[in-house]
Design a protein around this ligand. Structure first.
Ligand code: ADP
Length: 212
């Protein structure tokens, strides 16, 4: 993959295959090409050359109108979750302030405080919604780009255990993460990329040799 705008060679000579039912961690330093791989899989961007097949769809030839059909075979979880905001818990609570004439400033100060008070604060809840959304179409594969973002270690571990459960039911899982402890807490296949190249691929944990 070459990004035309900057001429950056983001991925070069990457040859990977992930089998149905696998659980794979994709790791590597910032800028190594992890998100590029995820976006190629979801069809958000196109490869400059080579070949990519995702759940039997040929991503080099797929027509734009066929993308929704392909995407139904994938559950995608992004770091920022990319949720639609207009149906949120937040808005329901904010509405109660709006109808009594509260200002935008008051609302944005008060609502997060109240949500936290009752244990519905942002990230956690949003993550659960994002996972439910990723699962709802019974995807063959879940791809998650840094899903543990700012979660604390216990929550991160819980999320991986949930992914493991989903994986045991037959769904292929591909997780991008920076978290070494998390990856090494599981005995899974770990693909390490650096500078757009695969530098290791195996069961021997995060960064089988030092790259940072
Ligand atoms: P990672 O997810 O591992 O941090 P990325 O896949 O985001 O890495 O980036 C790989 C390389 O491609 C980096 O050099 C980055 O600067 C570059 N890159 C990523 N997205 C774009 C883009 N939209 N336009 C130009 N260059 C990009």
């Amino acid at each position: 993959k070459v990004y035309e705008s900057s001429g950056t060679v983001a991925l070069d000579g990457v040859d990977l295959s992930i089998n149905e039912g696998e659980f794979v961690f994709l790791v590597g330093p910032s800028g190594s090409g992890k998100t590029t791989i995820m976006k190629l899989i979801t069809g958000e961007i196109h490869a400059s050359s080579g070949s990519i097949t995702v759940n039997d769809f040929d991503m080099m030839r797929i027509k734009r109108r066929k993308l929704p059909k392909m995407r139904r075979t994938l559950g995608v979880i992004f770091q920022d979750y990319r949720l639609i905001e207009n149906m949120s818990v937040y808005d329901n609570v904010a509405f109660a302030m709006r109808v009594v004439g509260a200002s935008g400033k008051e609302i944005s100060r008060r609502v997060p405080y109240v949500l936290e008070l009752v244990g519905l604060e942002g990230r956690e809840k949003r993550l659960r919604v994002a996972i439910a959304r990723a699962l709802v179409n019974s995807p063959r594969m879940i791809v998650a780009d840094e899903p543990t973002g700012n979660l604390d270690p216990v929550r991160s571990l819980e999320l991986m255990l949930l992914f493991e459960k989903i994986n045991e039911m037959g769904t292929t899982i591909l997780v991008v993460t920076h978290e070494k402890e998390l990856v090494n807490a599981f005995s899974k296949r770990v693909i390490t990329i650096d500078g757009g190249h695969v530098i290791s691929d195996g069961m021997d944990g995060y960064y089988s040799y030092e790259i940072e």
